[in-house]
Design a protein around this ligand. Structure first.
Ligand SMILES: [Zn+2]
Ligand SMILES: [Zn+2]
Ligand SMILES: [Zn+2]
Ligand SMILES: [Zn+2]
Ligand SMILES: [Zn+2]
Length: 533
């Protein structure tokens, strides 16, 4: 079982596929959300069980909840025991129409195979108890190797932001990060990185993109893997805060707690130059892939899309070391129009150069909100490049300049001004604008959801027009979150000083006082903090 295997659906799904537009579950335009809490503060609450109806394999809301949420590995083991001892059946081996050699081989192969399959199913069922149980079992097996399963990719495809946010993904990353084959598990059989699968998760949940637009290997696919899972417990809508929170928690988990390289080339939107004498592989870097994802959100996004979520992803990737100066060989015509010209149409572009080449007549058809979001996205890319090009020494020279300011600055650069993850050559540390924008984005995700239909998707304290004005003028942000001092102090790199986890901050660690509107408990799931080992 592979996440996104090109032939997965034809083998494993019921022949009558539900067309994208006619999903049968009760329409709700409102999302649910999850909140990470410390266990000392709250007891974990269970969210209501989904109603039990007739099961339709294409519609997850009709599935019966897993009956015994423990010990699926026992099933795998007993199946294996039965195969080995032949207790499974009363039929003599020689009466079977296959050779006993084949059976022996099947029995030999099955323990790992079955365990692997069971692990895959537990991830797809998004059942934390089962996943943890499987991880424990796999850890006890000596030299266990995955053959067909890419657990992190599968967890990204079945991400459930309103149900368990990043917790299952985190558990899998932490269990696998020290296995010798980790690098192999980070890029799957299709050449997709785990980050690529997170990008697919965004596109499949929040745009009308079809699989082939993302990768030509999906030519025969009508649906994405995991398309039946709703990332925020509602029907398709814009890239909302619940979804964005889950995605950026996973990005943080990936690059803070595993050894995955954030600049690993992407396997999405891959092209090859059709000029026979050239034939260059046109492979994007992660930030280029994010640019194309942003274009698809703007072009094929759902009602209310404003690109806030993709700006949040950009900031998250930049904070975790994605390099905005890296170039890639790109043919924009091949990317955007599927141009099949047989002459070289590619050049080496960094992500901002790619963004600037998106045709104006495409952009001009987007809604005003999307154009504002797009301009913020481009401004963040520009500021991040400027910051990276700026030498660190600038600050040291400043200090030497004036005696008066010397003392003040020394005080400001007090040791505990810096978080434990801090490193001075990072993009945000050299750009107060970007670090406060990142702090504000995190606070917005912690404190605001669309409560009723017709409510705005972004809070009044995070006015996108105002953000754009500040970024373009090179001024400090003057959105409510900043100008009304609604946030607690944060490090130069954008992490909150009181935050006890470098990826998932708490409302009380970010907010100067309580102003969250997430207190509709019927729509909340309280989760423990991701366990970091
Ligand atoms: Zn949502
Ligand atoms: Zn999370
Ligand atoms: Zn070429
Ligand atoms: Zn810091
Ligand atoms: Zn905390």
């Amino acid at each position: 079982m592979n996440a996104n295997s090109p032939d997965q659906h034809s083998h494993h799904q019921s022949p009558k596929e539900t067309p994208k537009s006619s999903k049968p579950w009760p329409p709700s335009p409102l999302c649910r959300w999850s909140i990470h809490v410390h266990e000392v503060q709250y007891e974990q609450l269970d969210s209501p069980e989904p109603p039990e109806n007739l099961a339709d394999p294409n519609d997850e809301t009709t599935w019966t909840p897993w009956p015994a949420p423990a010990g699926i590995h026992e099933f795998a083991e007993s199946l294996q025991d039965n195969l080995e001892s032949n207790e499974f059946s009363t039929i003599e081996l020689r009466e079977l129409p296959i050779s006993s050699g084949q059976i022996a081989r099947a029995a030999k192969r099955s323990p790992e195979q079955l365990l692997e399959e069971a692990f895959g199913f537990s991830i797809m069922a998004r059942n934390q108890t089962l996943v943890d149980d499987m991880i424990q079992t796999i850890r006890k097996k000596k030299d266990f190797e995955f053959h067909d399963l890419f657990p992190m990719h599968l967890a990204a495809s079945y991400l459930d932001g309103s149900g368990n946010c990043c917790n299952i993904f985190n558990g899998i990353c932490l269990a696998l990060r020290r296995v010798p084959g980790f690098r192999k598990l980070h890029t799957n059989h299709l050449g997709h990185t785990v980050l690529d699968n997170l990008m697919i998760a965004i596109l499949k949940a929040h745009t009308s993109c079809t699989p082939v637009m993302v990768d030509e290997a999906f030519r025969k696919e009508h649906r994405f893997a995991g398309e039946e899972v709703d990332i925020c417990g509602s029907w398709k809508h814009m890239f909302c805060h619940t979804s964005a929170q889950a995605i950026i928690h996973c990005i943080g988990t990936m690059y803070v707690f595993t050894f995955a390289d954030v600049n690993t080339p992407s396997g999405l939107f891959l092209k090859r130059c059709l000029n026979e004498t050239c034939g260059l592989k046109l492979q994007l870097k992660p930030l280029h892939t994010l640019v194309i994802t942003a274009v698809y959100l703007a072009q094929l996004g759902n009602d209310g899309e404003n690109l806030f979520g993709v700006v949040a992803c950009l900031l998250s990737l930049l904070q975790h070391g994605a390099n905005p100066l890296l170039k890639a060989h790109i043919s924009l015509t091949a990317l955007l129009s599927g141009d099949e010209s047989e002459e070289c149409s590619h050049s080496e572009l960094d992500p901002l150069e790619l963004a600037r080449r998106v045709p104006q007549d495409l952009i001009s058809k987007w809604s005003q909100e999307r154009i504002t979001g797009w301009k913020i996205f481009c401004a963040v890319l520009r500021l991040s490049q400027d910051s990276l090009n700026r030498p660190v020494e600038v600050y040291i020279e400043d200090e030497a300049n004036s005696d008066e300011e010397d003392e003040e600055e020394e005080e400001e650069e007090d040791e505990d001004k810096y978080c434990s993850e801090h490193s001075d050559d990072e993009i945000f540390c050299k750009s107060r604008t970007l670090s406060s924008l990142w702090a504000a984005v995190q606070t917005e995700l912690l404190t605001y959801r669309r409560i009723a239909e017709g409510d705005p998707w972004i809070s009044a304290n995070f006015d996108m027009e105002s953000v754009l004005e500040s970024l373009e003028a090179g001024n400090d942000l003057c959105i409510g979150l900043v100008s009304k001092n609604m946030m607690k102090s944060f490090c130069q790199c954008g992490n909150f000083e009181e935050s006890r986890d470098p990826v998932c901050s708490h409302t009380d660690e970010a907010c100067a006082y309580y102003f969250s509107n997430l207190d509709d408990w019927s729509r909340s799931t309280f989760l423990h903090m991701p366990y970091r080992g």
